[in-house]
Design a protein around this ligand. Structure first.
Ligand SMILES: [Zn+2]
Ligand SMILES: [Zn+2]
Length: 236
């Protein structure tokens, strides 16, 4: 079996050679030095509302009334070309082995900023609408969330929050207001009792305007969650 697996891997590697997205070296999609480089550039967080820099990811007190999130962490700016390219390749080209290094960036962020996780926290990915899930074949946020859940030994809840509306992609909307409108009432919860009294970590790959995270966090809180934090690979 192993021999067949290895032979298959060898054939695939010959037919579709991999190149590092960072330095174009052949053999892997992200080589160790490039992975180290991109990990080393994580050094500051910003309030998701007013963008004031901080080192905790916490929403500043005066901004709390504008968001359903109490903490927001991102590993990179979406302006970082390598981060953007990796997310793009993962999500749109379906290179799912990039889930590991991308989740690794989030793990590193949580550790770097000494985010106080509790064993009772739930890890929830931003869901895709079933139609989008069918066309993409996988939910990129769920893949990231499941790696994070394993790493931090938290419970993954991937089938409670769901999308009841098939919205147009947020990237096609401009500005917070339009994005907020596009995503409004898009989410619902199947089983509120699972969320009652819980702290939830919402996971997404990219947040451009925080509108999606904010909307989902609002629905989770209506269902009884006491606080919601958002963690993404890249902030737009
Ligand atoms: Zn490289
Ligand atoms: Zn603020």
């Amino acid at each position: 079996m192993n021999f067949i697996k290895n032979a298959k891997k060898f054939a695939l590697d010959v037919l579709f050679p991999k190149f590092c997205f960072g330095c174009a070296k052949e053999g892997v999609f992200l080589c160790a030095p490039c992975e180290k480089d991109i990990n080393d550039t994580i050094n500051v967080q910003k309030c998701p509302v007013c963008s004031l820099r901080n080192f905790s990811g916490l929403v500043c007190p005066p901004c709390k009334k504008y968001t359903n999130l109490s903490r927001f962490l991102f590993a990179h700016s979406y302006k970082n070309p390598l981060a953007r390219e990796l997310i793009h390749a993962f999500k749109y080209q379906g290179i799912i082995e990039l889930a590991q290094p991308l989740a690794g960036l989030m793990v590193r962020t949580v550790k770097n900023f000494e985010v106080p996780l509790r064993k009772t926290m739930l890890m929830a990915p931003i869901p895709l609408h079933p139609a989008r899930l069918r066309s993409r074949g996988f939910n990129q946020s769920e893949m990231l969330a499941s790696i994070l859940a394993k790493e931090f030994e938290l419970e993954l809840v991937a089938d409670n929050l769901f999308r009841r509306v098939h919205t147009s992609p947020q990237v096609e909307c401009t500005g917070f207001k339009e994005r907020r409108k596009n995503i409004e009432k898009a989410f619902a919860v199947k089983n509120p009792s699972e969320l009652g009294g819980k702290r939830v970590l919402l996971i997404d790959d990219v947040s451009t305007s925080r509108a999606t995270l904010d909307e989902a966090a609002g629905v989770l809180k209506e269902a009884g969650a006491i606080s919601v934090w958002g963690i993404v690979v890249a902030r737009g």
